[in-house]
Design a protein around this ligand. Structure first.
Ligand SMILES: Cc1cc2nc3c(=O)[nH]c(=O)nc-3n(C[C@H](O)[C@H](O)[C@H](O)COP(=O)(O)OP(=O)(O)OC[C@H]3O[C@@H](n4cnc5c(N)ncnc54)[C@H](O)[C@@H]3O)c2cc1C
Length: 472
């Protein structure tokens, strides 16, 4: 089969390259940066392990565990401590455990009687039938109530997208919620009845999916995939132009132009907007035109992709002596709604999830700042970010002593926002793929923003590319 170019060595591109190579398809991976992994980056220092970007993979599809197995990483996989199941939401200026059962929900002090009544009423709220796209905030206010939005959903949305519930689109950002309403008329009924279907498909609900990482952090996965690809991975090699020919595709980097049978773009949406793509170069002019003259190759307009918002996120990892933090920090972590007035969006209790993230007698806490809520915060110098986080952790978790470990990282463009109207970008990608046969789009800007979504996207694109190459 003809070789395939893969643009971007994040988890999507590496997954696709890994499986194409296993199927005997020659691959070349081009990565603009000097390392593989994209937003994944694990740092081990002084006995602590800090994750700059993602902390855990949620195993929502069997394809995720299969990749770990196929990459030979089953023995290095580290499942989260089963005792670390508790999740906290901040209310009344302190973390309160989220209920894990219907009885727990009825008795929790996290929500008022009004919010509890809204949940009991939800199955009787009629479904929306006008087909209009709705924001997450609109959806939650309609089916539940304002308190639920302000004190729960706002924080959950910050935890997944670092986003704004008034801008995020339900069908684009949380398609399962839209499906539950459309199919069952209710989120609660859908939760119960949908479980059976998920089981049949082999999928797992996000709140029940196993969470895992690796002994030396998530970076282990892209590093291992890259090692298996060997010389096929080219670092410091931004792709600037793609040109379609009668033979396939010509890919341009600083080192010149090389021909491929197909191309997978698995970079970011904002860099896609900077790429030049020329289609059907050398097509003869239609009958009646001047013979022998070729029309200029039509250039695809990729500028709309620059409108996709990727707000900045800063991560701050702090290590404390265990006795310097009053809160037990047993669990996944805490999420903080905007109305509570803190600077942190949320904190992961990293060393409770994976004990080897801190030396004995210490805790590692990973906090995130910025997002759509306060993007300007991320412009502050690292020392100020550290001070802001320490102040919030002092109030919320009783973290008083000086941290013995500190590490910050900034993502100036972190996570794409599947906001109202995002469907037009997906339509545009479909239209380009139809027009430019052999060019494929995969990754976090198309098929879901989580690591699991990106892995599944990388697996699925392999099927499509192979089908295309075989048909040719
Ligand atoms: C701070 C943060 C925390 C997160 N936490 C979690 C979490 O805990 N769990 C979870 O499931 N998900 C999390 N996510 C989301 C998840 O990590 C990402 O969605 C996923 O890693 C995206 O992978 P990707 O390969 O699609 O893209 P990226 O990782 O963005 O990789 C794209 C790569 O393409 C390269 N590239 C772009 N353009 C070109 C070009 N023209 N030529 C060559 N190379 C190019 C880039 O340099 C980059 O390396 C988090 C994300 C962030 C930013």
């Amino acid at each position: 089969m003809k070789p395939v170019a893969i643009i971007g060595a994040g988890i999507t591109g590496l997954t696709a390259a890994f499986y194409l190579k296993r199927r005997g398809v020659p691959v070349t991976v081009y990565e603009a940066g000097e390392r593989v992994g994209g937003v994944i980056q694990s740092v081990r220092r002084a006995g602590f392990l800090a994750e700059n970007g993602p902390n855990t993979i949620l195993e929502t599809s069997p394809k995720i565990a299969q990749l770990v197995q196929d990459a030979g990483l089953a023995s290095r996989r580290l499942d989260s401590d089963p005792k670390a199941g508790a999740r906290y939401l901040v209310r009344y200026q302190r973390p309160m455990e989220m209920p894990g059962s219907p009885l727990g929900f009825l008795t929790t002090r996290l929500f008022t009687a009004g919010a509890k009544l809204a949940v009991l009423r939800e199955p009787f709220v009629s479904r929306r039938t006008d087909g209009k796209e709705e924001s997450v905030a609109g959806f939650v206010k309609r089916r539940l109530n304002q308190e639920f939005l302000d004190h729960a959903i706002d924080a959950l949305v910050a935890g997944v997208y670092a986003g704004d519930p008034y801008q995020l689109s339900v069908p684009q950002a949380f398609p399962r919620l839209a499906e539950l309403e459309a199919r069952y008329g209710s989120l609660i009924k859908g939760q119960i009845l949908g479980a059976r279907e998920r089981k049949r498909r082999g999928d797992v609900a996000r709140d029940r999916a196993p969470k895992f990482s690796f002994d030396e952090g998530l970076q282990v996965l892209p590093d291992t995939l890259a090692i298996s690809l060997g010389d096929a991975v080219n670092l410091n090699s931004p792709v600037t132009k793609l040109r379609q020919t009668s033979e396939g595709w010509r890919v341009t980097t600083a080192n010149g132009e090389i021909g491929f049978g197909a191309v997978i773009y698995s970079g970011t949406a904002y860099r896609l907007a900077e790429l030049k793509i020329e289609c059907e170069a050398g097509n003869p002019l239609p009958a009646g035109g001047a013979h022998g003259v070729t029309r200029p190759a039509p250039q695809i307009d990729l500028s709309p992709f620059s409108d996709i918002r990727y707000p900045p996120v800063a991560s701050v990892v702090l290590g404390f002596r265990r006795e310097d933090v009053t809160h037990p920090c047993q669990g996944f972590g805490m999420l903080i709604p905007k109305v509570e007035g803190f600077r942190i969006l949320g904190t992961i209790f990293s060393s409770s999830l994976f004990p080897n993230r801190a030396p004995a007698g210490h805790v590692t806490l990973t906090s995130y700042l910025g997002g759509e809520r306060q993007p300007e915060l991320t412009l502050r110098p690292a020392e100020e970010l550290l001070a802001l986080v320490r102040e919030d952790l002092r109030v919320l978790l009783g973290a008083t002593g000086n941290p013995v470990f500190q590490h910050t990282a900034l993502y100036p463009r972190a996570i794409p926002q599947y906001n109202l109207g995002y469907g037009r970008y997906r339509d545009l990608m479909n239209a380009i793929e139809n027009q430019a046969a052999g060019l494929f789009f995969a990754g976090h800007y198309r098929e879901g923003v989580s690591l699991g979504d990106s892995i599944v996207s990388g697996c699925n694109i392999v099927e499509r590319v192979e089908k295309f190459l075989t048909a040719k």
